[in-house]
Design a protein around this ligand. Sequence first.
Ligand code: NAP
Length: 239
Amino acid sequence: MRLRDKVALVTGASRGIGLGIVELFSEQGAVVYAGSTSNPADAYPAGVIGIELDVANEADWERAIERVVRSHGRLDILVNNAGIIAYEPVHELDVAAWSKVVAVNQTGVFLGMREAVKVMRQHKSGSIVNVSSIWGSAAVAGAHAYHATKGAVANMSKNAALTYVADGIRVNSIHPGFIDTPLTQSQAPEINAFVIAATPMKRAGTPREIANGCLFLASDESSFMTGAELVIDGGYLAQ
Ligand code: NAP
């Protein structure tokens, strides 16, 4: 019960890493709001509250936070996990495809932090976990918009960490390596084989292994951490 009495909101919660975070936070005693665009009725453990939340939509964020505050009076934890990928290299990337990735992966994180800190500042506490990637710290060829946004998320987290440190709000980013999720299951097998071969542990990580890191950053156990990058990648970035 490492999150007993905490109120948490997780985005991109309907599957993959987000669902793993929701399940673990719920097991650990948090009141969990699970946001996604599809908001599947039966995806979540008992007690988890599913909400429609398109992270690129400002009004959705305002509605979601207002709903949490109306019911609980506060928000303790925000995990900005929702993310999408596009694979085009710079010379093949049109503005529409670029903007779509930026809207979800970067503007979504900005809006989430903005709305959450308004509430967290009132209570002088809160933990925000932003899901970046190994591609927020290093690169492979292609997927230019994805790299751009994940790098931005890492530095946005550091900036917000410093801006709100006196308000008792901690902001950290988490950097998964290759994780077995619907996202990676639906991408080209040769991409997956390439990344696993380049991972020293020679396997994919699981959503639970990322959720464990999110749990640590969300809980009071990480009370002296802010502005940090937590890498969970089977050794990939150590090379
Ligand atoms: P996934 O299996 O595709 O799941 C993505 C989640 O995001 C879904 O729940 C999806 O739900 C939601 N989502 C998509 N667009 C959204 C929007 N506009 N607003 C709200 N929710 C939205 O992906 P994943 O692999 O679990 O990835 C989760 C996060 O980890 C992403 O930020 C990703 O970049 C990052 N990450 C993943 C890996 C990996 O290897 N899997 C590695 C590094 C980082 P709906 O479609 O129902 O809205």
